[in-house]
Design a protein around this ligand. Structure first.
Ligand SMILES: C[S@@+](CC[C@H](N)C(=O)[O-])C[C@H]1O[C@@H](n2cnc3c(N)ncnc32)[C@H](O)[C@@H]1O
Length: 259
């Protein structure tokens, strides 16, 4: 069983990081090979629910799955049913859902082909499997400067995040790698592409709140005293501002169907 690194990060994720993840989830659904209205869709690695929200908005019924109880508990009364579990061993019957979505969760597992295999197993024949990860080529000067400012205030990458960056995210970090993994898992690939997504984040403060809301930084940041938090945030904004441009991360989008 993988470990939950998001337990202490929920509010910061929902209020900060979601500024970037929500528009990408909405974009992911535009890559679906068929309309999702009226279908039952698994949101694997659902987190605080941005993809579930997007699915609800297009008229799909959603079932969430995530390793983190706390992420699934966020806004629980307004969330679809969900199960705490590992994407590598979904406690879901074969052919149980019409389609499956995996927004930024395949980049968390050492065995992404196995995870894709699980999505395929639980999805009915002809159903779509849609996924996103960040492209290894994704760059932003403003984001680099934020990371530099945060490091200068004492942030050190947690071991799990360092491992993720070094050994896990490169596994699917290009369109070619994603296409190969999806085909190996048995998916009929419709489209894999790397796309810069304009997420609507145009000011340095919003980019800082996104960055500090991500789990690898928020556990450290939220543990600081109020004054130190304000100092870190101000320093990160000041560092990013001179080079701030509309934030456009490069995302690998996968769209395929179960043959
Ligand atoms: C980067 S967040 C993305 C959350 C959400 N899909 C979004 O786009 O905002 C990754 C999520 O995957 C979950 N996760 C990480 N490893 C997992 C695993 N092995 N099985 C299921 N969920 C996992 C985390 O708990 C977290 O909620």
């Amino acid at each position: 069983m993988s470990r939950d690194h998001y337990a202490g990060a929920v509010a910061a994720w929902a209020e900060g990081a979601s500024r970037v993840y929500r528009p990408i989830a909405e974009e992911l659904l535009r890559h679906a090979p068929h309309p999702l209205r009226g279908r039952t869709v698994l949101d694997a690695g659902a987190g605080t629910g941005v993809a579930s929200d997007a699915l609800t908005a297009v008229g799909a019924s959603t079932v969430g799955a995530d390793l983190s109880f706390d992420m699934l508990a966020w806004n629980r009364p307004r969330r679809p049913p969900a199960v705490v579990c590992d994407i590598l061993a979904l406690p879901i019957h074969d052919d149980a859902v019409d389609d499956a979505v995996a927004a930024f969760v395949l980049n968390h597992v050492d065995a992404p082909v196995r995870a894709l295999g699980e999505l395929i197993r639980v999805t009915r024949e002809g159903g779509a499997v849609l996924a996103t990860v960040y492209a290894s080529s994704s760059r932003s000067d403003a984001r680099e400067r934020i990371d530099g400012a945060v490091r200068a205030h004492g942030w050190v990458a947690p071991a799990w995040f360092a491992h993720l960056k070094a050994a896990v995210t490169p596994l699917l970090g290009t369109a070619e790698a994603m296409a190969r993994a999806a085909s190996t898992a048995g998916l009929a690939v419709s489209e894999v592409r790397e796309e810069d997504v304009d997420v609507g984040v145009t000011d340095a403060a919003s980019l800082v709140d996104y960055r500090l809301g991500q789990a690898h930084a928020s556990s450290w940041y939220t543990g600081l005293g109020e004054q130190e938090r304000a100092r870190v945030r101000a320093a990160a904004i000041a560092a990013a501002e001179p080079v701030m441009e509309p934030y456009r991360p490069t995302v690998v989008f996968l769209s395929g169907y179960v043959p």
